[in-house]
Write a protein that binds this ligand. Structure first.
Ligand code: Q9C
Ligand code: ZN
Length: 678
């Protein structure tokens, strides 16, 4: 398995700059690059990355996407004087040439290809390239929107050609529509392009009809172009996460890319003058973390926009930190997508229904507006951005944003435990020991007794039961003390161990603990105070047990052929978990588990987005390959390949839908359609 994160930066790309006055272009400044790099240095992230040099992209490489004419025009600007440069620039919508622009743009292309090579060759697992000028607006024959050559599109063509790739996913989280990328791959089913963008019903630049949700691709490429237009400003963390859960991620898992490239613009982040959105820097850690689960972890992040220097720098740091495998910071603020976001999400799902198996049984219908149900949903613009600031409005929020980002810098610096995973040195553990794993001694009887007597007094008399808790408690203790981030314990009594883990962490002071229990759970703790949320995935309906807000039973038997568990994880478990925002996650696997190893690994991988990645896994099964896979997932290895995609049956889709309907008023991240129950 490849390891390491590449970072590509070349200060030469900071020489491209605007030489005359132009209020449209004056935000695309050299400091975007240099200050992001300084920020990375100040968090000691640069020294943790593998430095990869940039190179100039060759003419041949540029011609993979652009016309010879476009290349020649760009080349000819190297020797022009200011007046001539200005005249050529005026031929395009929002672009400026400097004598060094051509050289910088070739470096931007080459840097991107260097990153693709480093990742594809296995030299590193993933990486980020800080480049200027950006690329996603540029077209076969035209510069556009600060972009000269389409770095990401060239990279995708290059990867297809050089490595014979058949499926590449491009995720464009820049706040503008990368129409350049759309045009280039519109008819190409081997490149799945996803873009969300500020749209405001076509009012916002570039104001194209083809940026709307009904542009799904052309010819053979139908279904492989996904546009999610934002029709209001003020979209925030929960809107972005809802878009990932209910649109992008299910498609991405079905598509099963061999490489993921991000058109990584941070103008979709808080404080950006172009985007006017409210998403905080840590949301980019989550988005990055999700994408790391695809393509065996092969992820190339390429800078596009981002014009608020502090917000940009923080978000770049969040991205790189996550690529390096650090714990994912907690998202703050209320977790509920806004009305307008849900409407857009519903519409893109409806538009794509004919092309995607996972959507086949979802009932989707186009919506014009949800205003009749507006009392059920949150309005755009009231997205809470931080614990400290409740509302960030558009008029004069600069001071608030500055203050928020100041606080944020403290947030990102939360210490990373030197060792990630704790485990008990028992038979079999040698299979997953590595430098990131710490061996922990089981807790002894007296210690366990004094600990457990506080809440399960009747247990104290039964030695055998007490001792079965020893390994879980020792590991939980390490996690609570922040000596490790996560841990894995085998236990002959998973349900009891989970119950004790829940109680103990609530006593420790945690306000919300999430427990995902796979299999038959013989003991269910009292969840009434809301300090625990239990999701029990079991094969059979438990007689006499009805789900309630904090104790949900999900009857699910994984398909024997392959893996249809994505729909349950993305469509239900993650939205509920993100709505809850736990301080700790307990994953327990008990008897009669209805999920296979890859399903459980997927859960472990994705749940690391929660609770600052604090997870304790308790496993009753002694199957060594299960222990190994969970340990690997906890260590940050990407999810193993799932084999052939198996869509969920109609019956299963119905089940998820029923649960969504039942709980979407309580767990609002479940909202993805207009059919809200009153
Ligand atoms: N009235 C990137 O973020 N705005 N490009 C033009 C014309 C151009 C943004 C407004 C914004 C370009 C890479
Ligand atoms: Zn942009």
């Amino acid at each position: 398995m490849a390891s390491g994160t590449a970072l590509i930066y070349d200060e030469k790309m900071a020489t491209h700059k605007l030489l005359w006055s132009d209020p449209i272009c004056d935000i695309e400044v050299p400091e975007r690059l240099s200050s992001s790099y300084e920020q990375l240095k100040s968090y000691h992230l640069v020294e943790r990355c593998v430095p990869v040099p940039a190179r100039e992209g060759s003419e041949e490489e540029i011609l993979l996407v652009h016309s010879l004419e476009h290349l020649e025009v760009a080349k000819s600007t190297q020797t022009m004087n200011e007046e001539e440069l200005k005249r050529v620039s005026e031929n395009y919508d929002a672009f400026f040439f400097h004598p060094s622009t051509y050289h910088c743009a070739r470096l931007a292309v080459g840097a991107t290809l260097q990153l693709v090579d480093a990742v594809m060759s296995g030299e590193v697992r993933n990486g980020m390239a800080l480049v200027r000028p950006p690329g996603h607006h540029s077209q076969r024959n035209a510069a556009n929107g600060f972009c000269l050559f389409n770095n990401v599109a060239i990279a995708a063509e290059y990867a297809k050609l050089k490595y014979g790739l058949q499926r590449i996913l491009i995720v464009d989280w820049d706040v503008h529509h990368g129409q350049g990328i759309q045009y280039i791959f519109e008819e190409d089913p081997s490149v799945l392009y996803f873009s969300w963008h500020r749209y405001e019903h076509q009012e916002f630049w570039p104001s194209l009809k083809e940026s709307d949700y009904d542009a799904v691709g052309l010819g053979k490429g139908k279904g492989f172009n996904i546009n999610l237009p934002w029709n209001k400003v003020g979209m925030g963390n929960s809107d972005y996460l809802a878009a990932f859960f209910h649109v992008l991620l299910p498609m991405a898992f079905e598509f099963d890319p061999e490489l993921v490239i991000v058109s990584s613009g941070y103008d979709s982040g808080i404080g950006d003058p172009e985007g006017q959105m409210n998403a905080t820097p840590e949301v980019f850690a989550h988005l990055t973390h999700f994408l790391m689960q695809l393509a065996n972890g092969k992820l190339c992040v390429i800078l596009e926009g981002g014009y608020h220097l502090k917000s940009l720098g923080e978000s770049v740091c969040m991205t790189v930190k996550t690529l390096l495998g650090d714990p994912v910071p907690q998202i703050t603020g209320e977790m509920a997508p806004c009305l307008s976001a849900v409407e857009s999400i519903q519409n893109v799902r409806a538009a794509h229904k004919p092309y995607w198996k996972w959507l086949a049984y979802e009932d989707t219908s186009f919506l014009q507006n949800l205003s009749t149900k507006s009392h059920l949903l949150k309005k755009a613009n009231s997205n809470t951005s931080t614990e400290h600031e409740t509302k960030i409005t558009n008029n004069n929020n600069t001071v608030k944003v500055e203050r928020f980002l100041e606080l944020h810098m403290k947030n990102i610096l939360f210490p990373v435990p030197p060792i990630k995973t704790a485990t008990i040195g028992s038979e079999g553990s040698e299979h997953f020991l590595s430098e990131h794993v710490q061996l922990v001694k089981e807790m002894d009887k007296t210690e366990i007794k004094s600990l457990v007597s506080g809440f399960y007094a009747d247990l104290v008399e039964e030695d055998k039961i007490l001792l079965s808790l020893g390994s879980m408690l020792a590991i939980l203790d390490k996690i609570l003390k922040k000596e490790v981030c996560n841990g894995i314990a085998a236990s002959p009594t998973a349900a009891l161990s989970a119950a004790v883990a829940l109680r103990h962490s609530v006593r420790f002071g945690f306000q919300r603990v999430l427990c995902v229990f796979v299999g038959d759970m013989q003991i269910t703790p009292n969840t009434e105070d809301g300090k625990m949320l239990i999701i029990n995935i079991c094969e059979k309906e438990q007689p006499g047990k009805t789900s309630c807000k904090h104790c949900i039973s999900l009857n699910w038997k994984e398909d024997a052929e392959g893996n249809d568990f994505f729909s349950a994880v993305l469509g239900f478990i993650l939205p509920v978990a993100y709505s809850y925002q736990p301080n700790l996650t307990v994953i327990a696997v008990g008897p009669n588990r209805s999920l296979g190893i890859s399903g459980i690994s997927l859960l472990v991988a994705l749940l690391q987005g929660l609770a600052e990645s604090r997870i304790v896994a308790v496993i009753e099964d002694t199957e060594i390959s299960l222990l190994q896979s969970v340990a690997k997932a906890l260590g940050g290895a990407s999810t193993p390949p799932f084999g052939i995609y198996v869509p969920p049956t109609q019956e299963k889709v119905k089940k998820i839908k029923a649960l969504r309907d039942q709980f979407q008023q309580e767990w609002k991240m479940l909202q993805c359609s207009g059919k809200l129950s009153d």
